[in-house]
Design a protein around this ligand. Structure first.
Ligand code: IVH
Length: 674
């Protein structure tokens, strides 16, 4: 029998408490206020100290510890939960007149002529959630569902850093029970980045940030949610015990004091005119905001008045969603053009009569691929309903079939590339039609743009316009030509001053030694996006190693399946690509290895992982071990050299202790492999 571990001494218990309080506070400063007061390194030190103590005294680990954000095991399905109080929806208004009607209706109901104090808020376009706090601790969180019952997504919500695991209690006492309501959302920039990555991996893109947020929140594996850049804005409460408020504004002020993130654009105002003015102001600001909103919410501030007004079947009488002008419009299709992308993918695009959608004039909408055009049966001459989702290119929702002009012919994909006239190909089972000509101007221009982009060689200042000029002037045929450009080549081009020519040449020359993963990503291999590039870099360490890897070797990399492996092999087997790589090397392009390489420093060592890691995915962690010659096993035995215990470690942890296997924290593991 192994004796039970000694109980934790009181000074350890109080240090753990102190560390947690500090970490909760600094998390709040960093994520909620966006105003940290300590460096990242200091934060990491505090977190590591706590991790060490919790590892030594696992019985002291609590679910609200800052170490517990990621790490719960995947679920089989979500549990359904009944909300203590229904999560209501809002009545909509689409015009000033309807907003005024709302105000008058309230006055009639309350038999008053006095103007109301309103709280006016941006209406976030995300996914509504409820967070339950018991004595200040986040215990359960759920989606809105049908308003009566939602899904228990606690473990996913915990991965969102702007959701406090523990309420702050310094400025206002923590109530016994608090249900906080808010909207989980994704910033537009992050949404677009996520979609680019998904497309790079051959996965379907999310239609809009709302779907991306909802989809991310409803992942059974919290590690996936953790990797998605979700945020929250809180805008109300459900049941509360142990605190009382007089106004809605008072609720929001208290939420802020307790560490919740509340939209700074929320204001109070008096009378419906002021609320309407707020609507117009926010509508103007709308496209400059980093997130999507679809209107403003007008709420009666006084809780006493809210109580008197009460609720209707599904929405409270005291609140109104005053929506912005539709982001859907109808217009006519003038032509269906086809675009040639970086990988040679040919995308049909509807060219339309310009129309204003949500404040922006649009004249093109993507039709994605041949099957999509056929499914929606879009024809030249058709009137179509289009919509803008976020700041992405608008898409055709449907054809208004009643308005189809006689004789409109179904769309046919061109046989030949519209740019270089090479016959197009569409492999069996694929949705995408491609131009197979690697010299195709359309594909090569976009390929060069991708090569120069931030997640590629990161060549500052080398944007689309300049690349087009360089290609048009015949100066750049493939990306290796960039490295032979001189100032003298650029200055004669339109709009090039000497200074900017020099800056670009310097940026190109300065880009020659990127981290290995960025070089892999820059090559633009089909199905290899940023994340896969990073895994490949960790695993193979050098370009030579990657180029020499057979499909079997590639499949050893966690996260690389047959499709990706096949595509990588196909890329490197193509003599043109090999030649390109030789030319890049000759021009001085050389990757930086992921880290200093010793010859298999972990050779002969076997690792087992348990619990969730905060800084790596399991795949990445495994790749780090195997890249250094180590082995990863799924079960602990006497032969195991190290057990890496992340948050919420499972039975393997106990087994390791029993067998006396060395247990590493994530921080120690990181040190070992870095
Ligand atoms: S208040 C009873 N405030 O809109 C009050 N809702 O149509 C109900 N929403 O499900 C919610 N921003 O997802 C409120 N500032 C805001 C909001 C907001 C977005 C969403 C929420 C709700 C839906 C109601």
């Amino acid at each position: 029998m192994v004796p039970p571990p000694p109980p934790a001494p009181p000074e350890v218990i109080s240090r753990i408490k102190e560390l947690r309080e500090q970490l909760h506070y600094h998390n709040y400063r960093y994520y909620v206020l966006d105003n940290p007061v300590i460096s990242d390194a200091e934060y990491d030190r505090l977190l590591q100290e706590l991790e060490k103590l919790e590892e030594k005294y696992p019985e002291l680990v609590t679910p609200d510890s800052p170490t517990q954000r990621v790490g719960a095991a995947p679920l089989e399905k979500f549990e359904s939960l009944r909300h203590r109080q229904p999560m209501l929806s809002l009545e909509n208004a689409f015009s000033e007149a309807e907003a005024r009607e709302f105000d008058e209706r309230l006055k009639r109901f309350l038999r008053t002529t006095e103007d109301f104090h309103y709280v006016v808020e941006p209406k976030m376009d995300g996914c509504a959630v409820e967070l339950v706090y018991e004595r200040g601790r986040f215990t359960v969180g759920s989606t809105r569902g049908d308003g009566i019952r939602g899904e228990n997504v606690t473990q996913n919500l915990k991965t969102i850093h702007t959701i406090p695991l523990q309420m702050l209690g310094k400025e206002a006492p923590v109530p016994e029970l608090l249900e906080v309501r808010g909207e989980v959302y994704m910033d537009l920039g992050e949404f677009e980045k996520l979609n680019r990555e998904r497309e790079g991996r051959g996965e379907a893109a999310f239609a809009n940030p709302r779907n991306a947020a909802a989809g991310s929140l409803r992942q059974l594996d919290p590690a996936i949610t953790a990797a998605r850049p979700l945020k929250i804005y809180c805008y109300g409460v459900g049941e509360v015990k142990g605190a009382s408020f007089k106004t809605h504004w008072d609720i929001l002020e208290n939420l802020k004091k307790w560490g919740f993130r509340v939209n700074p654009l929320i204001e109070t105002c008096r009378g419906i005119d002021a609320a309407i003015a707020y609507h117009h102001r926010i509508e103007h600001q709308r496209h400059g905001l980093p997130y999507e909103i679809d209107g403003v919410v007008i709420k009666v501030d006084s809780l006493a008045l809210q109580e008197r007004l009460g609720t209707k079947a599904r929405s409270p009488r005291w609140a109104l969603a005053y929506k912005f002008a539709a982001t859907q419009e109808t217009t006519r299709v003038l032509d269906i053009a086809v675009n040639v992308g970086r990988t040679g993918a040919v995308t049909p695009m509807a060219v339309m009569e310009p129309v204003e959608v949500g404040g922006v004039t649009v004249s093109r909408a993507t039709l994605h691929n041949e099957d999509e055009v056929a499914r929606k049966d879009v024809r030249v001459g058709d009137t179509v309903l289009i919509q803008r989702a976020g700041d992405v290119i608008p898409e055709v929702v449907k054809v208004i079939i009643e308005e189809r002009p006689p004789g409109a012919a179904p769309f046919q994909m061109p046989q030949n590339c519209p740019v270089c006239d090479t016959p197009l190909v569409r492999p069996a089972g694929e949705k995408v039609t491609r131009c197979p000509n690697p010299d195709c101007f359309g594909a090569s221009t976009r390929g060069i743009m991708h090569f120069a982009s931030k997640a590629g060689m990161d060549i500052d200042g080398l944007g689309e316009k300049i690349i087009l000029q360089l290609v048009n002037a015949g100066l750049v045929k493939d990306v290796s030509d960039l490295y032979h450009l001189t100032e003298g080549d650029l200055v004669p081009l339109e709009r090039f001053a000497e200074k900017s020519a020099q800056n670009i040449i310097n940026a190109i020359q300065g880009s020659k030694n990127p981290p290995f993963w960025r070089l892999i990503n820059a090559l633009g291999i089909r199905f290899v996006g940023e994340a896969t590039a990073q895994l490949l870099a960790q695993h193979f360490q050098t370009l030579e190693g990657l180029m020499a890897a057979g499909e079997e070797d590639l499949l050893q990399v966690e996260g690389v399946g047959p499709q990706v492996a096949g595509s990588i092999r196909e890329y490197f087997d193509n003599p043109r690509n090999r030649e390109l790589i030789t030319k890049l090397k000759e021009a001085g392009v050389k990757e930086q290895p992921p880290e200093a390489r010793a010859a298999g420093p972990l050779a002969g060592k076997t690792f087992v992982f348990t619990g969730g890691l905060a800084h790596f995915s399991r795949e990445e962690a495994k790749a780090l071990v195997t890249a250094r010659g180590g082995k990863v096993s799924s079960s602990v035995s006497a032969k195991t050299d190290y057990v890496v215990a992340g948050a919420d470690p499972g039975s393997k942890y106990a087994k390791a202790r029993e067998l006396g296997v060395t247990i590493l924290t994530e921080a120690e593991f990181e040190k070992l492999v870095r």
